[in-house]
Write a protein that binds this ligand. Structure first.
Ligand code: DC
Length: 205
């Protein structure tokens, strides 16, 4: 049986934590689709043209090295505006979404473009200030040399680029459930997401 959970929203809203929690709770497979764009972005930093990098992308690249750096995040957001890059990544994401046993995908356009028929669509948000603080603490914990102001500027710049691009912009699907995590703990946010999935899960799952 298949069952798809699409989780979209801006950077550091809590999509990753919620997606992993849902995958664990229901035994679904999880794909962080941002990693696809990050892997392509990383290749462009070495001089590879973005469309070429996207067409040649191998699943193993998602596991190699640290893709979660501030520099790669910006590169990912830049390659993500290119239609050829986005179309090269569609089949991989859809195949993942339709695998047997259930799948959770998180990104920016999962509920709108990749899986418009997903059984559950969630759009997870939080204020830019709260998101920047979370990302700042994450980067600091990894020893990155960043300031709060820099991270806030980066988050806002990325939000604007992701939401304003013409191909597959970040936006909630019309039938998405909205979840604002600004003043929620991880446990509270996850509990709300789990309740939404439970309501949609077939009784014979
Ligand atoms: O979720 P993330 O921060 O790892 O994503 C990095 C960038 O990749 C993000 O700024 C925009 C792009 N992205 C996208 O355009 N569509 C997706 N489904 C996932 C990410």
């Amino acid at each position: 049986m298949r069952f798809t959970v699409a989780i979209d929203g801006p950077a550091a809203a809590g999509k990753g934590t919620i997606s992993k929690g849902i995958a664990e709770r229901f035994g679904f497979s999880h794909l962080d689709t941002g990693l696809l764009y990050r892997a392509v972005g990383r290749r462009t930093l070495d001089g590879t043209p973005a469309a070429e990098a996207a067409k040649a992308l191998k699943a193993e690249e998602l596991e190699q090295g640290d893709l979660r750096t501030a520099e790669i995040a910006q590169a990912a957001s830049k390659v993500a505006v290119i239609p050829e890059v986005r179309s090269a990544l569609v089949d991989f994401q859809r195949a993942f979404a339709f695998r047997a046993g259930g799948a959770v995908l998180d990104g920016r356009d999962i509920g709108t473009v990749i899986c418009p028929k997903a059984e559950v669509k969630l759009f997870v948000t939080a204020s830019a200030k709260v998101r920047a603080e979370r990302r700042f603490l994450e980067l600091k914990a990894k020893g990155a040399d960043v300031t709060r102001d820099q991270v806030l500027t980066d988050v806002k710049e990325r939000d604007a680029r992701d939401a304003q691009r013409s191909t597959a912009p970040m936006k909630p699907a019309k039938d998405a459930s909205m979840l604002d995590t600004s003043s929620l703990s991880i446990e509270e946010a996850l509990a709300q997401a789990v309740a939404i999935v439970e309501r949609k899960l077939p009784t014979d799952w």
